[in-house]
Design a protein around this ligand. Structure first.
Ligand code: TPP
Ligand code: MG
Length: 296
């Protein structure tokens, strides 16, 4: 490992919760800004995982933005690819590309689509959008890492509606069969799929027991409490062989904005004019780093 990469790794791990809270706010405000440029965006799906993404990218992942192909970097598969609108600004903020590249978000000629593209965007490890495939990809990445003798982790973020896809469970079975201790599921348990409550459409509870019965070790925490989120990440071992790990994050779809919170009308939407200004003001007022309870 060269000096730059060592420095990149050392600089992580001591980020304060206030900074992570602020970056979660940044993820939400950027989602609102980029959605207006695009003409539509997945607000609520991104707001539910803002704290998870913030902790993952600003404090947890072993990455080096100046070298996105670094073979020993941790991998991230955003299997619920429609939430990429919250990931792209994080990659820009960390230096993978110039933040001004986002100013033409999804417009003709832009590298950014509504879903992440590994061939066009530095820092994206897998192109996703068609739900249900990400965990299988993660299994392949984790197996490849072990075969190459590398100790990187592979994180896969899944939606709670997404896990109704049968392929998720084939992948879950293979991960424990191959003892992929380097594979981590991040389940965004926000209660809603695109058009209803998961428990009405296709119940997933008791989801912790379900993953455990497939041979996974599971933690369940509040996905908006950054202290709990960080503790759950910190408890993960860095070991290529062992029991695969899942973290079920209990979240609120649309958390951070009253009109969007748990509303089925906001899976995709477009805030413009006074509505845009109101929502930006609400985010600015409610997400001060020292008053997380002011969120809503
Ligand atoms: C294979 C497939 N079927 C349907 C869709 C359309 N779709 C996009 S988002 C979504 C709901 C996903 O719900 P969930 O996994 O709970 O994610 P959330 O937005 O709640 O985080 C659906 C059905 C898709 N992208 N891929
Ligand atoms: Mg959901």
């Amino acid at each position: 490992m060269d000096v730059t990469h060592e420095k990149a790794m050392r600089s992580r791990g001591n980020v304060s919760l206030a900074v992570l809270q602020d970056r979660a706010r940044f993820i939400r405000t950027e989602t609102v800004r980029l959605s207006r440029i695009a003409g539509a965006g997945h607000y609520s799906s991104t707001f539910s995982c803002a704290e998870i993404l913030s902790a993952l990218y600003y404090a947890q992942m072993r990455i080096e933005p100046s070298d996105p192909d670094w073979p020993d970097r941790d991998r991230f598969v955003m299997s619920k690819g429609h939430a990429a609108i919250g990931l792209h600004p994080v990659l820009a903020d960390l230096g993978y590309f110039d933040p001004s590249d986002l100013d033409t978000y999804t417009r003709f000629g832009s590298n950014f689509g509504d879903h992440p593209d590994m061939k066009k965007v530095r820092g994206i490890d897998f192109s996703s959008g068609s739900l249900g495939h990400g965990l299988s990809v993660g299994v392949g990445m984790a197996l490849a890492g072990r075969l190459q003798g590398r100790d990187f982790r592979t994180y896969v973020m899944l939606g709670d509606g997404e896990i109704s896809e049968g392929q998720i469970w084939e992948a879950a079975a293979s991960a424990s069969h191959f003892r992929l201790g380097n594979l981590v599921i991040l389940l965004d348990r926000n209660g809603l799929s695109i058009d209803g409550h998961t428990e009405d459409i296709m119940a997933i509870e008791p989801v912790t027991d379900r993953f455990a019965s497939f041979g996974w070790q599971v933690q369940r925490v509040d996905g908006h409490d950054l202290g709990q989120v960080m503790q759950a990440f910190d408890a993960l071992p860095r070991s290529a062989t062992g029991t695969p790990r899942a973290i079920v994050f209990d979240t609120i779809k649309g958390r951070g904005v009253r009109r969007i919170k748990m509303s089925l009308d906001w899976h995709v939407g477009n805030l413009v004019g006074a509505d845009y200004d109101d929502v930006m003001a609400e985010l600015a007022a409610g997400l001060k780093p020292d008053t997380p309870e002011a969120l809503q």
